[in-house]
Design a protein around this ligand. Sequence first.
Ligand SMILES: [Zn+2]
Ligand SMILES: [Zn+2]
Length: 97
Amino acid sequence: MNLRLALSCVLYLLAAPVYALLGVRKLGKMLRARRVLAAGTIRCPHCAAVNDLDILGTCSNPKCRTTEYGSRLRCSVCGETVKSFDCDACGVTIKVL
Ligand SMILES: [Zn+2]
Ligand SMILES: [Zn+2]
């Protein structure tokens, strides 16, 4: 048997669980994001205030700056998405995605 082939087989076997783990983590993140968006609210980890996601917000894209009702995480005009926002009650930055 070709040694190089055997070696790449071993490497693949060693790498497979890592790739599987990364895939599961990515999937978990996606599911979490979907659940958060479906719930429509996020509880602040600092002060426990409930922050509505569906509010009047201004797009963070300087070229767009659209103010609209809708998800504060995504602008429907330019498609800009944000991964975090400040808590309405205490101002701490809440990471969403
Ligand atoms: Zn926008
Ligand atoms: Zn807070």
